[in-house]
Design a protein around this ligand. Structure first.
Ligand SMILES: *Cc1c(COP(=O)(O)O)cnc(C)c1O
Length: 394
């Protein structure tokens, strides 16, 4: 089966894990600190805090920025539910914002501006599919309204040319992300005191960890905040250090595959971010979302591709449409988000793929679309069908 995503793990990760076993120090030690430093360096920032997940990172960011009861937070509904759950966990109110357009499924500044009230305190941007867009416009949007700017950068690890640009950003190392530690995440922040607060909150609000206490032969600690256990362990950091080394190459492969998709997919299929790709906007090319032509039965397309051993998924069911949110925040309608969610399909994109795999998917989609009867023949399709590489891979 050609999977939508998949981790790349090998002998280097195995020996990194073995070296942690041999070292006898398995959590919150030197490797975690080294991973933080290396990750920060790779993303053009001074420092970072490793956490147990991107979700816990976002939660700590909101707390560290003082977002709480009575505050409103602008957030896209076109995201993974974790982005929004964090807002509810700090007892603030998520205000769902529509996306810009079907071919640019990121939060619309116009709709965000309309939804600002005197209670709005923060904006959480989601770098959907890894595209880090409109940095200056968003900074100005937040600055002029006195809002905190937070980035859900779960898709954006290693995005070239784009360091984080808000007050704080959280990255994910979940198994299907661009680099993985199994579970894990990383937080960066503009202000050192925000990062310090996050570092403290990560480990119960304690002033010193086991490692520091052992090293300083000072067994005492104080607790300065009601914190959590959102720590990362040495095993994950060891794997993360190896993965980070390879992230640049992997993201370049992702970019090549993405551009090949743009070339090969039937012109009737709408490909988000085509304009941004054309102007080389910063991206980590995390997923390959496509928008099927209007009226096409997505179920049939999914089945057709599955029969050809091609996995597809959807990013995402809009958060405002999920039962718990539908009940909590009644009457939310986001026309562009809903249209996008009805027609979006995510096709395979990961560094383990070959160019032939892209061709295979493009051809399978051609077959699926002609079956639904919605699709007139096009020259692009004729070329694909006569491609000898494709014939041999089928
Ligand atoms: C994966 C993901 C998360 C959650 O990341 P975890 O590390 O699994 O907590 C949050 N937001 C988005 C957009 C994601 O894709």
């Amino acid at each position: 089966m050609l999977m939508v995503a998949g981790p790349v793990l090998g002998s280097e990760e195995k020996s990194a894990l073995a070296s942690v076993v041999d070292s006898g120090w398995i959590t919150m030690g030197e490797r975690v600190r080294e991973f933080e430093r290396e990750f920060a360096r790779a993303h053009g920032v001074k420092d970072a805090v490793a956490v147990s997940s991107c979700t816990s990172g976002l939660h700590l960011v909101l707390l560290a920025l003082g977002i709480g009861p009575g505050d409103e937070v602008l957030v896209p509904s076109m995201t993974f539910v974790a982005t929004v759950n964090c807002i509810v966990h700090v007892r603030a109110k998520p205000v769902f914002v529509d996306i810009e357009a079907l071919d640019r499924p990121v939060m619309s500044r116009d709709d965000a501006a309309r939804k600002c009230t005197d209670r709005t305190r923060a904006v959480i941007l989601v770098h959907y599919a890894g595209y880090v867009l409109d940095r200056d416009d968003w900074r100005e949007f937040a600055r002029s309204r006195g809002l905190r700017l937070i980035e859900d950068a779960a898709h954006a690890a290693g995005a070239t040319g784009a360091g984080p640009f808000g007050d704080a950003a959280a990255f994910s190392f979940y198994g299907n992300k661009n680099m993985t530690t199994g579970e894990g995440g990383m937080v960066v922040a503009e202000q050192p005191d925000v990062l310090d607060r996050i570092r403290t909150m990560r480990s119960h609000g304690m002033t010193a960890g086991t490692f520091q206490r052992t090293m300083a032969r000072n067994s005492g600690y104080d607790v300065t905040a009601i914190g959590f256990n959102c720590r990362m362990d040495e095993f994950r950091a060891a794997v993360g250090l190896v993965q980070l080394q390879r992230l640049g190459d992997w993201n370049r492969t992702r970019e090549q595959l993405t551009r090949l998709y743009v070339e090969r997919l039937d012109p009737e299929i709408l490909i988000p971010f085509t304009q941004d790709l054309a102007r080389n906007a910063p991206s980590a090319y995390h997923i390959m979302p496509i928008v099927l032509p209007e009226g096409v039965d997505r179920r049939q397309v999914v089945d057709h591709l599955r029969a050809l051993e091609i996995q597809t998924t959807m990013h995402y069911p809009p958060v405002h449409s999920l039962s718990v949110y539908r009940n909590l925040f009644k009457g939310v309608t986001l026309p562009v988000t809903e249209e996008f969610a009805g027609r979006e399909l995510t096709v395979p994109l990961h560094p383990g793929m070959e160019p032939d795999d892209v061709q295979l998917v493009a051809s399978a989609l051609d077959g699926a679309l002609s079956r639904t009867g919605k699709r007139p023949g096009s020259p692009a399709r004729a070329t694909m069908q006569s491609d000898p590489v494709l014939v041999s891979s089928v």
